[in-house]
Design a protein around this ligand. Structure first.
Ligand SMILES: [Zn+2]
Length: 339
């Protein structure tokens, strides 16, 4: 198989690797699409702090080219989502059989090689067949939906609860749609009015601009109570102190992202308000639940599916995205077609 790996910051190289199934529960999968977003570009420009060399690519879909004799849920030609997060198998929780609580999960493209490659040999348990009603582009977001479902679980709020969501990028938008699906009341906040308008078109009713009137406007929506919970999405470009201002006394604050940049906050206001502050990443992949949500059309993905590039141009795509991240401190995702 052919892989593309980041040798050192901004240096991508091709490499040939063997691709032979070595256990009867493995399958060989032809990669068809890979999502290029923050983890890949931070890896590429060297800001992730992870070790190089590394094959990037956290989220991918493909087609099974060959299934081992003991594979039972996938067969040749099946379209599959390839799970990029798996338990380490070595930490205290994994050894106790509580893999869903794994403290140090292996994440493709971050601390283990990812999916920027033509084929991958995968364990069948990491492959999730896609129903005909779910297209490949939507399926690439199964990992982001899984992250958002982890946030919803961690919030554990009753119906009708106001949840302030800071950052109207992909994660904030998808999370807000899922909160509506779970009958909470998200208020999506960003400085960028275009992103808020996109969110409105996805059915998110309350959107607020992060300006000097934000607290007053949120107070109006919540009948003076402010948000009972607040989710801050990584890389949203807004001060991470904002949740402490917007959340009601004894409320919950969650910092959510596939990974985080260095974050510093002024903790006193959180302590004074007795807030519960925690973080959520995609540590426990809820891929079956995510695919079910895709089947149910619970999320409108249309704003995130338009930017597509071909693998032949991947060097240019990485260079352009790295420039965008350095200049604008934010990134729009791109779908890379691998065939
Ligand atoms: Zn573990």
């Amino acid at each position: 198989m052919k892989v593309w790996k980041i040798l050192s910051p901004k240096i991508l190289a091709e490499e040939e690797r063997p691709d032979v199934i070595s256990s009867p529960t493995q399958a060989k999968v032809k990669i068809t699409k890979v999502l290029i977003s923050y983890p890949e570009i931070r890896e590429y420009n060297g800001t992730s702090g992870n070790k190089h060399p590394r094959v990037p690519g956290m989220f991918a879909v493909g087609v099974v080219a060959e299934a081992g004799p003991e594979c039972v849920k996938v067969e040749k030609n099946a379209r599959v989502y390839i799970n990029g997060t798996r338990p380490c198998g070595e930490c205290a929780d994994c050894r106790k059989g509580k893999k869903e609580n794994c403290a140090f999960p292996k994440i493709s493209g971050v601390n283990t090689d990812g999916y920027l490659r033509d084929f991958v040999i995968a364990e069948e348990e990491d492959l999730f067949p896609l129903p005909p009603s779910v297209n490949d582009k939507e399926a690439l977001y199964a990992g982001v939906i899984s992250l958002c479902e982890n946030v919803v679980d961690r919030l554990d709020v009753p119906k009708g609860t106001h949840v302030a969501v800071i950052g109207a990028g992909e994660t904030g938008n998808i999370l807000s749609q899922l909160l509506i699906y779970h009958q909470a009341v998200p208020v999506l906040i960003d400085r960028d009015e275009n992103k808020l308008e996109t969110a409105s078109k996805c059915g998110i009713y309350y959107t607020l601009k992060a300006d000097e009137n934000l607290a007053k406007n949120l107070s109006e929506i919540t009948g003076g109570r402010m948000a009972e919970a607040c989710v801050y999405t990584a890389f949203c470009g807004i001060t991470p102190d904002l949740p402490f201002e917007l959340t009601a006394v004894r409320g919950k604050v969650i910092y959510a992202g596939l990974e985080f940049p260095e974050i510093g906050v002024k903790l006193k206001s959180a302590l004074d308000k007795k807030l519960t502050v925690t973080g959520t990443t995609d540590e426990f992949a809820q891929i079956s639940a995510a695919i079910n949500l895709l089947v149910n059309k619970a999320v409108d993905f249309s704003p995130f599916l338009s930017d597509e590039e071909n693998a032949a141009d991947l060097a240019e795509v990485f260079a352009a995205k790295a420039e965008q991240l350095e200049k604008e401190k934010r990134l729009t995702p791109t779908i890379l077609n691998m065939i």
